[in-house]
Ligand binder design. Sequence first.
Ligand SMILES: [Zn+2]
Length: 236
Amino acid sequence: MQENYTFNIDINNMKIKCSIIKKNIKNIYIGIKDKSVYIRAPKRVTNKQILEFVDSKKNWIYKNIQKDSRREDKKINLRSRNYIYILGNKIDVNYICVDNNKIKVDLDSNRCNIFIPACLKNSDNLYDIAEKKLNDAIKEFSRNYIDNAMSKYINATGLIPKQVNIRKYKGIWGNCSSKGIININQNVVFFDEEVIEYVCLHEIAHLKYMNHQKQFWNFIFKYMPDYDTQREKLKN
Ligand SMILES: [Zn+2]
């Protein structure tokens, strides 16, 4: 029997690659990455059983691939996309060639212009340089929205963080240390202002409750009754 192999499945006219990895494990695990399905299965499981398993998971696979590609779409990747999301709106990235030597980004809620020196126009790492500058601009742009949201809920709750840091984080929107330092992911500005407010309120609430138990969510609800809607937007 083959150990590792791949095959394609068809769901709603979408061709999806499935990679099977046989291992010394007890259960079957399924995951989604880069619009593909990854399955880890015990060695004893037959190919027919795997096909049946995949078939029974079709709805789950479809839903999660859609979710994964929406999430992927939100990431900045100038090499493959010439748009970004700012405050929930999709905006085009325009490249403008200039005579001077300075690469510059002009970013606002409705425009993103990247000024490229003529000498860089055909450079291999143009997109890497542009992306770095764009990330710097996003950090600056996000500051105003994060500060406003922070002030709003510091005033409302009376809870004051020791420090608020804004940075690009992988995998988290924010966190709060036991010392009262709050970190917010600058990429929250990809979403609308209500979502930014939710992320800030969430971390401020951790100044009082260092967990995600019922009291914590009750506290959030008190200041943002529709927090669930904002939370869902972040997940999607
Ligand atoms: Zn939390």
